[in-house]
Design a protein around this ligand. Sequence first.
Ligand code: NAD
Ligand code: ZN
Length: 355
Amino acid sequence: MYRNFSIVPKIMFGRGAFNQIADILNERRIGEGAYMVFVIDDVFTDAPLEARLPLENGDMLLRVNVEDEPKTKYIDELVEKIRAFNPKKPVGVIGIGGGSAMDIAKAVSLMLNNPGSSADYQGWDLIKNPAVYHMAIPTLAGTGAEISRTAILTGPEKKLGINSDYTLFDQIVLDPELLVGVPKDQWFYTGMDCYIHDVESLQGTFINEFSRAYGEKSLELCREVFLGEHEDKDDKLMMASYFGGMSIAYSQVGACHALSYGLSYVLGIHHGIGCCITFDYLEDIYPEGVAEFRRMMEKHDITLPRNLTKNMSEGDLEKMVTTALGLVPLWENCLGPDWRNIMTRERTLELYKRM
Ligand code: NAD
Ligand code: ZN
């Protein structure tokens, strides 16, 4: 069966595109009391970017904290905050930030139109009602969250996305100028998320020409960004992220992402750095990708944390293994239908113990 999937319908790309968001939003400001909610990463509190937001009377500025990756409980609290701010629903939710702030904006816009807790919708196609109009303005590139149909959340029982066609943004504004000021390590980790999406997609068993077309271009752009010298590297990375996301939309990620989910669920390690940590131990599976990744690390003088699992209890280690091996489609893509005989619990545990 082929998947029939939606994509983001409206995209603006270019330096300074941010200046045009007022025009885009004005088309949505219809009816009395229409207001917008700007969901912005609190790293921008009182920063010039925040001051440039086209806030109008009645709009809500909702600063969000992403020290921890988004949790279902936090989403539910934010939705309550919006309801308390104005019992009427907003006509738009605009997410400004990296993957975390974008995922928060997606989840909030969905939950404004769907009853219960966001934890009830972690899974595939559980959302019943379309979301409030929502837009993304990335300030960090690599996750592909701007174009994916998922909002990844950590819930009481699992780390799993709200996957649905309704999750997709209605509009994205890709302005490479907004990447200025990202700390170098974070720039690298999130950029490598994209690089790893490409490697895992291209080397996976689910690969097809659709995914290959996007994945190869994204990989080429990542090489230019992380191994070359280009004045317009931010433009390139923004498009790499978009294409990397498109590549996995019609294929899947693999071992690195599966293992990083275990690190994230049990140790709270963030996605980008978590993927870098695990990728460095996967040379058996991705020999060329890992070798190139190490050249990129060297060029940018990146050192990864080690001995993360050293003092962990057997119980916690087992929980990580269970989390990782629970991501069946990722392993199927990576190792084929016989994956359970290749990536056994013992081998997974061994890998984690080395990290
Ligand atoms: P992030 O959004 O968690 O941000 C990382 C850090 O960078 C934060 O401290 C943030 O405040 C800061 N930051 C962001 N933009 C900045 C800027 N312009 N200047 C200075 N600092 C800035 O990082 P991320 O790697 O983009 O996103 C990771 C999150 O995305 C995770 O929660 C992960 O689960 C999620 N994710 C989602 C998808 C998806 O398809 N929905 C895919 C991959 C990852
Ligand atoms: Zn990823």
